[in-house]
Design a protein around this ligand. Structure first.
Ligand code: HEC
Length: 174
């Protein structure tokens, strides 16, 4: 290899290493507990028939459904799934990538345009009503979430927040 070629090869390696070190866009909310959409997508992938999500059931019935169908899930994940189904079902789940956004999706995509997630979200403990109240403050009224989305956000957050500081990636602790 000529010196020039070797320099170019080294430069290429350096660029590749730099790109690999950048945070991956989009999927970097994996540190947050999965919401109902993600849990349901997992069950559908494992063979849950989409037709089972097409009916109307009470909240208690969705909880029983989550317990029966989500045996590999934790107690909190089953509660999160049941809450999601109570808000959104009946669902047309033929296309899992078109499922409505869950609480994790909403927190990640709807809250960070104005402030960080850490102090106002990830480290806060609130009942569902406390989370719904977030949408009442003057500076949040302009947010364009549907009532269903607000309900899903509140239920997911009450079940899954707060996180421990160590669970949050260091670069988000501000
Ligand atoms: C349109 C901009 C905007 C968006 C989007 C937004 N916030 Fe805020 N938020 C503010 C402003 C402005 C304040 C007040 C100043 C501050 O504390 O930074 C605030 C304050 C807060 C507070 C402290 C005051 C309170 O109401 O308890 C919490 C908690 C909060 N936001 C949570 C959220 C959550 C959760 C989301 C996503 C569902 C969100 N915010 C999305 C603008 C926004």
């Amino acid at each position: 290899m000529t010196p020039l070629r070797r320099s170019l090869a080294l430069l290429g390696l350096a660029v590749a290493a730099f790109i690999a070190s950048l945070p991956a866009a989009g999927e970097d909310f994996d540190f947050m507990p999965k919401g109902g959409r993600a849990l349901l997508a997992g069950l559908l992938k494992e063979g849950l028939p989409p037709a089972e999500l097409g009916g109307k059931r009470t909240e208690a019935e969705w909880r029983a459904f989550a317990d029966a169908r989500g045996k590999a899930l934790s107690e909190r994940e089953r509660a999160t799934l049941a809450a999601y189904l109570a808000v959104h079902a009946p669902l047309d789940a033929g296309n899992p990538s078109a499922l409505p956004r869950d609480g994790r999706d909403l927190a990640w995509w709807e809250c960070q345009s104005c402030h960080s997630l850490f102090s106002g979200y990830l480290t806060q403990s609130r009942e569902p009503q406390g989370w719904r109240n977030v949408f009442l403050s003057p500076f949040h009224r302009q947010m364009k979430l549907t009532d269903q989305e607000k309900d899903e956000f509140a239920r997911y957050s009450a079940l899954n927040m707060p996180l421990k500081v160590e669970q949050v990636p260091p670069e988000l602790r501000y």
